[in-house]
Design a protein around this ligand. Structure first.
Ligand code: SAM
Length: 184
């Protein structure tokens, strides 16, 4: 199985182009929640989630890039962040129906169609009933930054892959949107 793009993004993060305030407001994180940050890169959003949970609940920071996860393990010792090295398009070690929110930022476009389907199946397995899946992606426009046009996914196209109820769609940066689905 191949990614749409080969691994030049591995373990990276590019937080500066996203509006964290809007994202966090829309995610409406509540104390005690279990949150899964998929393709967490350097873990900058996992840290934000952890801060909002105020040490209640748990943040799973998951990435297939072993180096990023090893670094994060050292940096987050003693916190409620649990770094996991795994491929989200395969079955992970996380329990069924245990997650309130899955956050996937700038990762969906990397997946092949087969991986998109596998991801949606794993997300469904992990989410609690009424749990949420938030996907941040590049707008499908001809712009200089980001992935090639053919790999970009519009909010409408995303709905073909994600078999959950689409809840909201917001702009979260100059070239980015976040679509939230609910597991119904
Ligand atoms: C472009 S970076 C995005 C990082 C961060 N989420 C952000 O918004 O800046 C993509 C990340 O997804 C990870 N990734 C790609 N495919 C993955 C997969 N199948 N399972 C887990 N992580 C994956 C990469 O290793 C990389 O860290």
């Amino acid at each position: 199985m191949k990614n749409n793009q080969t691994g030049h993004h591995k373990g990276n993060s590019s937080e500066s182009c996203l509006n964290k305030e809007i994202i966090l407001r829309e995610l409406n994180i509540l104390p005690g929640q279990s949150i899964l940050d998929v393709g967490c890169g350097n873990g900058y959003m996992s840290r934000e989630f952890s801060r909002l949970l105020n040490n209640s609940g748990r943040v799973y920071a998951l990435d297939q890039a072993g180096e990023a996860i090893e670094k994060l393990k050292k940096e987050t010792k003693g916190t409620n962040i649990l770094p996991i090295e795994a491929d989200i398009t395969k079955r992970t070690e996380i329990k069924d129906s245990s997650i309130d929110l899955i956050y996937l930022s700038k990762v969906f476009h990397i997946f092949s169609d087969e991986q998109k389907e596998n991801f949606q199946n794993e997300a469904k397995r992990l989410l609690k009933p009424n749990g949420k899946l938030a996907i941040v992606e590049f707008e499908k426009k001809e712009i200089d930054i980001g992935p090639p046009q053919k790999n970009r996914v519009s909010p409408e196209e995303m709905k073909w892959f994600i078999k959950m109820q689409a809840l909201s769609l917001v702009n979260v940066g100059e070239h980015f949107y976040m679509q939230i689905f609910v597991n119904k």
